[in-house]
Design a binder for this molecule. Structure first.
Ligand code: 5RP
Length: 257
């Protein structure tokens, strides 16, 4: 069916030799198989989505795809997409997106996601929320029984103004969970000084950690966080993914809503 999309490179490695990056590439390429000429595409952010950008660029260069418009979910993705020749636009010009393709940090059995460990959750949520289809591409390590269950961060984008106050509000929200912990995302600058990580929207990120995952009603947790005025958005993407493509050592699985 997609003979014209076959890669021109060497044959794929055997299943046993597949790296995590190979799995990410496989999932990304399966998602790009869903792209048709003329589509408006949401372009995700992260190492998995980057494979989709490369693939799209390749198909555009070879004339297999035409008239694609990409809406990038971050400045980094915009630069990458431009470098591989994907024409770019935004939600103002294209308020309805045909298909978004993006990675995720966690996927639960109901296709709820944690996103934003790359820090791009706000633009991702806006663009993917405006999409008719939102296809998530992951390697099998991203599957979790419940959100927050990997022990890694659930990011929350906050305004820099009085961020410690907002951190305190988030701590109080989860103070009945003894395994809960929250901290400002930072990085070391060239002089080794700890600096706040700043998003593309000039905001900060507070990372939430749950030893045993987020318990209770996820929609209620989401509403509670969004009621804090200092919270801009959080990285729980509830009910947004229309399908998830999971690449594992034993093959590719499609999870549908
Ligand atoms: C960035 C994201 C990414 O999609 C998520 O972090 C997954 O990244 P990767 O594909 O590198 O594992 O949400 O904000």
């Amino acid at each position: 069916l997609f003979a014209d999309r076959l890669p021109v490179s060497s044959p794929p490695p055997t299943a046993a030799a597949l790296t995590q990056d190979d799995l990410k590439r496989i999932a990304a390429h399966r998602a790009v198989d869903l792209v048709e000429s003329g589509m408006v595409l949401g372009l995700g952010t992260g190492s998995t989505a980057a494979h989709a950008l490369d693939r799209l660029g390749d198909l555009l260069r070879r004339g297999v795809l035409r008239d694609i418009v990409g809406i990038p979910t971050s400045l980094k993705t915009a630069a990458h997409a431009a470098a591989v020749g994907i024409p770019l636009s935004d939600l103002d010009a294209h308020p309805v997106v045909d298909l978004s393709i993006d990675g995720a940090d966690e996927v639960d059995p109901a296709l709820n996601l944690v996103k934003g460990r790359g820090g791009s959750l706000l633009r991702e949520k806006m663009i993917e929320g405006a999409s008719r289809r939102f296809v998530v591409i992951v390697d099998e390590s991203k599957l979790v029984p419940c959100l927050g269950g990997s022990g890694l961060a659930v990011p929350v984008e906050v305004v820099p103004f009085c961020w410690k106050y907002t951190l305190g509000q988030l701590e109080r929200l989860f103070d009945n969970d003894p395994g809960f912990n929250a901290k400002l995302r930072t990085f070391s600058d060239k002089e080794g000084v700890e600096m706040p990580f700043v998003t593309d929207n000039s905001n900060y990120i507070i990372d939430l950690y749950f030893e045993r995952g987020i318990s209770g009603d996820l929609d209620a947790v989401s509403d509670s966080m969004l009621r804090f005025p200092g919270v801009v958005e959080h990285g729980m993407f509830l009910g947004m993914a229309t399908s998830v493509i999971v690449a594992g050592k034993n093959g590719v699985t499609f999870m549908e809503k």
